[in-house]
Ligand binder design. Structure first.
Ligand code: GTP
Length: 598
């Protein structure tokens, strides 16, 4: 194919602004898929994504389009994930295409993720076409939103496409804009050694790992032997093809083209987004620059509620990890929770998705311990330890100081909620860096400890702003602070899964809140239960759960047998989700709820 007839692009948008709906429309209006095969949200392949409406795994589709100039074009759309957790993969895969459609909901305007994603596209040198979606809604204000795009993002929006991805209005304009306003790929050398970028990869039960590639130079053919430069592995290419969006084999892919290869690769782990693929011999010497594998930043323990399910959990985690290079895990034993795994994730959404899949697809009930970030613990002897788990905190007397990861958070919020947002950030040890206005909305930038964000920051933000705020963040580095490990003792036994790192100045407040919470969450027993928070050996907060005196059912319900039975059944069901710590039953939800801060 002539390069001048290829357009490679992605769609950037805030969640729910209509990225998937537009992608579906583009596919449908060019008859890439027969209508009867058209499923809702074709590009979101996993059920869980569809249910949550979040695009997790990048995907791609090749669209044939006859433009108004009478020429046939090939449009390659790559679908990138929209969530902050996957920011690194997004920024890598963006480098595989030359342009982006910037989709903004015309009834909502620019949001935090619009900004984050469009800046990624700008960094990748994309040409950008603004698309104002949902103009069918009565609340749509395309002129205002176009102005906002110009003011806030600084790109020209006079020629923005006004569309409704839902009704199909304006889709033709978008296709024409792709052809006329986005650039063709830069010329590559067909006869040079193969140089291709690994854009994405995922596991397929029949074909092994499917690798999405963008060819820079050379050609990729079936039967060829290739090398992945980051780990120097060699592979024999079984198939080369394109997505329409179902797989279709082709003879070869040349410069400027996007497509896939399969090579009987067993694990997605072996295929890293951003890696360079070349010939096994006489390949390129210098890989594409800036490659680094995505690193997990949030860690937590996953334990089976029923310890007999440990092997099943191992199996589930092994399988999930095969398909997810950025999910890390190792076995962990906890005095309180028994055998489980310490797992690392790219962020909270990633954690939730993996946890949900284990519970749903593998039917294993889990106890999730408090998420933690990686602390740098500087010992007095000069050694630095990367600590993923507060339970591993070394003896304080040997520690010189601790550093924690910080983030730069960007929050867009309607004026009336600004005060609440500032308070929330302040409460989480945030340092305000900027406050400006984007139309009627305030844009605040805060420097925050990641530790204060991983837990329930996003939930709190949503609740104090009634869902009107949008949020995005990026990691900025490590900084020293006065951090200590807070342990929790239930009935004088330390419950390691409840240990957390806290700022020294906030330890008492946190400790008190946690003990009060636990007092509500732990059911009363036949004996008195002290609940304590401690730093080192020193108790800083304490509550006492009083003993249960009589049989509750006997007292409350007397002769009413059915109600009594119901209550007992409910208790039994609740029991299943409890774990015993010494003599005390702690319900599963306590591990998460106790850590939520109001
Ligand atoms: P993520 O996959 O979560 O990033 O969301 P998305 O940006 O892909 O949004 P999606 O396409 O799933 O659309 C979000 C919601 O907006 C869905 O309920 C769509 O039906 C609706 N929607 C999309 N386009 C339009 C439109 O033009 N008009 C109206 N009224 N609704 C639309």
């Amino acid at each position: 194919t002539k390069l001048s007839k290829i357009r490679n692009f992605s769609i950037v948008a805030h969640i729910d602004h209509g990225k998937s709906t537009l992608a579906d429309r583009l596919i449908q209006s060019t008859n890439t898929v027969a209508d009867r095969d058209m499923k809702e949200q074709l590009l979101d392949s996993m059920d869980i994504e569809r249910e949550r409406g979040i695009t997790i795994k990048a995907n791609t589709v090749r669209i044939d389009y006859k433009a108004n100039d009478g020429e046939d074009y090939i449009l390659n759309l790559i679908d990138t994930p929209g969530h902050v957790d996957f920011a690194y993969e997004v920024s890598r895969s963006m480098r595989a295409v030359e342009g982006s459609l910037l989709v903004v909901d015309a009834s909502q305007g620019v949001e935090a993720q619009t900004l984050a994603n469009v800046y990624t596209a700008i960094e990748a040198d994309h040409e950008i076409v603004p698309v104002l979606n949902k103009v069918d809604l009565p609340a749509a204000e395309p002129e205002r939103v176009a102005e906002q795009i110009e003011d806030v993002i600084g790109i020209d929006a006079t020629d923005a496409c006004l569309i409704s991805a839902k009704t199909g209005l304006g889709i033709e304009d978008v296709l024409e804009a792709i052809v006329t306003r986005l650039p063709a790929p830069l010329k590559g050398d067909e006869n040079a050694p193969l140089k291709a970028m690994l854009v994405d990869s995922w596991y397929d039960a029949y074909l092994g790992v499917i690798v999405l590639v963008r060819i820079i130079d050379g050609t990729l053919k079936k039967g060829q032997r290739v090398k992945f430069m980051s780990n120097n592995t060699l592979h024999h290419v079984d198939r080369v093809g394109v997505f329409r969006p179902e797989m279709e084999q082709v003879d070869q892919l040349g410069p400027g083209e996007l497509g896939f290869l399969t090579a009987s690769i067993k694990q997605v782990r072996d295929t890293r987004v951003g890696d360079t693929i070349t010939n096994d011999r006489n390949g390129v010497e210098v890989p594409l620059d800036g490659f680094k594998p995505a690193q997990p930043v949030v860690f937590c323990g996953l334990f089976p509620v029923d310890s007999a399910e440990f092997e099943d959990l191992r199996d589930a985690i092994d399988k999930l990890a095969l398909n997810d290079a950025s999910f890390s895990y190792e076995m962990e034993t906890s005095a309180a929770l028994g055998f489980g795994f310490r797992c690392g994730f790219l962020g909270l959404l990633h954690l939730e998705v993996i946890r949900d899949r284990i519970e749903r697809e593998y039917n294993i009930e889990l106890i999730t311990t408090a998420p933690s970030v990686i602390y740098h613990v500087y010992m007095k002897d000069g050694e630095m330890i990367e600590m993923h788990n507060p339970a591993d905190m070394p003896d304080m007397s040997k520690v010189d100081h601790l550093e924690e990861p910080r983030i730069k958070a960007t929050i867009l919020v309607p004026d009336e909620y600004l005060g609440d947002v500032l308070k929330l950030c302040q409460d989480r040890r945030g340092i305000q860096e900027d406050l400006t206005y984007a139309g009627s909305r305030a844009m605040v930038v805060y420097d925050l400890p990641l530790n204060e964000v991983v837990f329930d920051f996003y939930d709190r933000l949503k609740s104090v702003t009634k869902g009107y705020a949008s949020f995005d963040y990026q990691m900025t580095g490590y900084r020293e602070d006065n951090l200590v490990k807070m342990s929790v003792l239930v009935n004088d036994e330390p419950v390691d899964a409840l240990s957390t790192m806290v700022h020294r100045d906030r330890a008492e407040t946190r400790g008190r809140a946690m003990c009060e919470k636990l007092k509500d969450l732990i059911p009363r027993h036949m004996f008195k239960i002290p609940i304590q928070a401690a730093i080192g050996g020193k108790v800083i907060a304490r509550e006492t759960l009083s003993a249960l005196r009589k049989d509750v059912t006997a007292k409350c319900y007397g002769g009413d047998a059915t109600r009594k039975k119901k209550l007992l059944e409910k208790q039994k069901a609740g029991k299943k989700k409890m774990r015993q710590f010494g003599k005390v039953d702690i319900p599963q939800e306590a591990f998460i709820s106790a850590l939520k801060m109001d």
